[in-house]
Design a binder for this molecule. Structure first.
Ligand SMILES: *[C@@H]1O[C@H](CO)[C@@H](O)[C@H](O)[C@H]1NC(C)=O
Ligand SMILES: *[C@@H]1O[C@H](CO)[C@@H](O)[C@H](O)[C@H]1NC(C)=O
Length: 513
């Protein structure tokens, strides 16, 4: 034990050399949470900090006779897409569950809870009866035809739902996961709300499980924007896993075990974790269950889950998985999955690596890859390298988090940020007028989309800061969400390594790990 701790501190000291201290994780954490305020739809509260935004979407759902005011715009447009919104809230909640103390120590817990609640308040509204969940407001086709501020929106705000005749197990499963995870977040501060979220989560999971189908088969309108390519089985396993964590009810664990094979949980080895594909997240959560005595009877299946988790982690680390394949790294060292919005995969990988590293350290285990044994420090070091790349340690010397440092994307593909603030100029800006007068400008955006993580560079670390280049310059809520918990963790480790410097026997510090 003693040696392990000493070694851990030695590693910390080598992580946070003066050079790497250039990154201010506290600032990055604060900014990451501000981003969610820019993406708010609905009536903005008195304490709204992003002052270039104003109320919008105040009649959402009215046509259908339901109150769907609130929630988040997913990216640079104004559609409220349920699936990525739910994944965003799941990842924010997971981050708070893993890093709550560190986020609180940085003074950001209130903001993190607000970011989650802005999503869950909307999910409560959208889940109007046990087997009805409103899935989307607005549609990509008409929305993308316009370049307008959200405050001026003239596009269709029609709402779309899933129900018994139009099933959507993927959407129901992910929303169940989000609400179950959030229910744990609010357990200690808002018992009633926590209870309410859990109740919705359980109903949604039952609905998704009983009426099975892909939501994009029921709702053509999401196709081409957020098609559920991996189907719904991953979200059902994911929803069950989160409900098990939130309730400790055996029936959800049994679901994860009994459907492990049939739903691809232990068959589908995959190297991406995203709003669409949840397998790696499930596999990593299942690996953690292995350590508890009460799960011994399921160890055979849990071990199979773990072997797939290791497949993901080893290939991300370039240590070779069982099929001897690796994920591409750019010359600058960034994980590269694909051209369009690659950063979403970087931030989710940084999240899973950080928390798997914690798990390995706490359980005194290593990761076994084809290329050999990998220690927990190495997972953390690699996660940190990805975060540092995001913040500016890259060949372009560019922070891909908007507003961090001095060199960051200035022409983010984002309607609201690229047009004069509604608070400054309330003159109506029409659908094509926005394209003519604002979209095509060479000037930087007038409003700062602070904390947004853009799509990022290509496979050669090259990045072109232009509004037309939406593959690289659009930001999404689910890009930034996983980073909240990771920034807090890195910040705490950095502070601990600094205060440990020159104070070798600080037992209190060690105990706080
Ligand atoms: C590994 O490779 C084999 C043979 O090409 C293939 O059938 C199998 O699906 C691969 N497994 C994974 C986990 O990718
Ligand atoms: C990035 O910074 C390094 C070190 O200061 C410098 O050598 C390099 O030319 C810079 N690259 C770009 C694209 O500005």
């Amino acid at each position: 034990m003693e040696n392990r701790i000493a070694l851990f501190f030695f590693t910390l000291l080598t992580f946070f050399t003066p050079k790497s201290l250039a990154f201010d994780y506290a600032d990055a954490l604060t900014k990451s949470l501000l981003y969610f305020e820019s993406q708010r739809s609905g009536r903005l509260p008195y304490n709204q900090r992003i002052s270039w935004r104003d109320h919008s979407g105040l009649t959402d759902g009215l046509e259908q006779g339901v109150d769907l005011v609130g929630g988040y715009y997913d990216a640079g447009d104004h559609v409220k897409f349920g699936l990525p919104m739910a994944f965003t809230v799941t990842m924010l909640s997971w981050g708070v569950l893993e890093s709550r103390q560190q986020i609180a120590a940085a003074g950001e817990l209130e903001h993190a809870l607000e970011a989650i609640k802005w999503g869950t308040d909307y999910f409560i509204k959208a889940h109007t009866s046990p087997n009805v969940l409103w899935a989307e407001v607005g549609d990509g086709d008409t929305d993308h035809y316009c370049w307008q501020r959200p405050e001026d929106m003239t596009t269709s705000r029609r709402a779309y739902r899933i129900d018994e005749n139009n099933p959507g197990s993927d959407l129901a499963g992910e929303t169940a996961a989000a609400m179950a995870a959030a229910s744990m977040v609010f357990k200690s501060t808002n018992r009633h709300y926590s209870h309410l979220l859990l109740h919705h989560a359980q109903q949604l999971f039952e609905f998704g499980d009983k009426y099975r189908g892909k939501y994009d088969s029921s709702l053509g309108v999401v196709k081409g924007y957020y098609t559920s390519v991996s189907g719904f089985m991953d979200e059902l396993l994911w929803g069950a896993m989160w409900l098990y964590r939130a309730t400790d009810n055996e029936k959800y664990l049994k679901y994860v075990i009994e459907n492990a094979h049939g739903f691809g949980g232990i068959g589908w080895a995959i190297t991406e974790f995203s709003w669409d594909v949840k397998y790696a997240g499930i596999q990593i959560m299942a690996s953690k269950l292995l350590g508890e005595a009460k799960h011994k009877q399921h160890s055979q299946t849990l071990l199979q889950y773990r072997s797939k988790a290791e497949f993901y982690l080893c290939s991300i680390l370039n240590k070779h998985n069982s099929n001897n394949t690796n994920v591409v790294h750019t010359p600058g060292g960034l994980i590269y999955i694909r051209e369009w919005n690659n950063m979403q995969h970087v931030s989710t990988a940084a999240f899973l690596l950080t928390f798997y590293s914690d798990f390995l350290r706490e359980s005194n285990q290593n990761l076994n890859c084809r290329e050999g044994t990998v220690r927990h420090e190495e997972l953390l070091r690699f996660a940190k390298s990805q975060v540092d790349y995001i913040l500016g340690s890259n060949p372009m010397n560019m922070s891909y988090m908007v507003g961090y440092g001095s060199n960051y994307p200035k022409r983010v593909h984002h309607r609201g940020a690229s047009i004069v603030s509604y608070r400054e100029n309330k003159g109506f800006i029409g659908c094509t007028q926005g394209y003519d007068n604002w979209y095509g400008r060479q000037d930087p955006n007038p409003n700062l989309l602070v904390g947004a993580l853009v799509g990022g560079p290509d496979f050669e670390d090259k990045f072109v800061d232009s509004r037309e280049n939406f593959m690289q310059t659009e930001a999404c809520t689910y890009n930034t969400a996983p980073l909240v918990g990771v920034f807090a963790k890195l910040l705490a480790l950095e502070e601990q390594s600094q205060s440990h410097d020159g104070d070798d026997d600080d037992q209190q510090l060690v105990a706080s790990f």
